[in-house]
Design a protein. Sequence first.
Length: 181
Amino acid sequence: SLFRILGELWPIFGGNVSKPKLTDMFYIPQKPYLTVGTLRDQVIYPQTREEYDELHDSDAGLAELFALVRCSNIVEREGGWDAVNDWIEVLSGGEKQQIAMARLIYHKPKYAIMDECTSAISIDLEGFMYVHCKKIGINLITVSHRPSLWMYHEYLLKFDGRGGWEFGPMVLPEGYQQGTA
């Protein structure tokens, strides 16, 4: 709920919220937003094709992004960047999440609200993408039940389900395995 309010997906009915400008934030839900349109459109959204063409001479950068998030096969399989589809129906859950991560990396916002957005992706790929996002300066704010993501965060905000909360440094449990990311 908190992240949906921060992403301005839900209205505020009381109190105050201080947050960065909406243009500095990107929200990625567990089930990414995809529309009927070209494959390119899925990555550059909310940018328009005209805006994209003014900034780029080719789709080489998009190809690099798809290689980075390990979904290059989609381009050939679906008929190229100009292929039009109902992507929600065509792509698997993991592929949708990989495209959402490519979109995040393409736009490079200051903050990313990640709401279970890698739940259908392998832990290794998830870790690789989190490391890359941090490397390019994206501050990650994550909702997840996967302990594999703990190591990519410095602070923990924990809600108790009754209106209470705790906030403090992320302390990894004794015996925590960092994995292979």
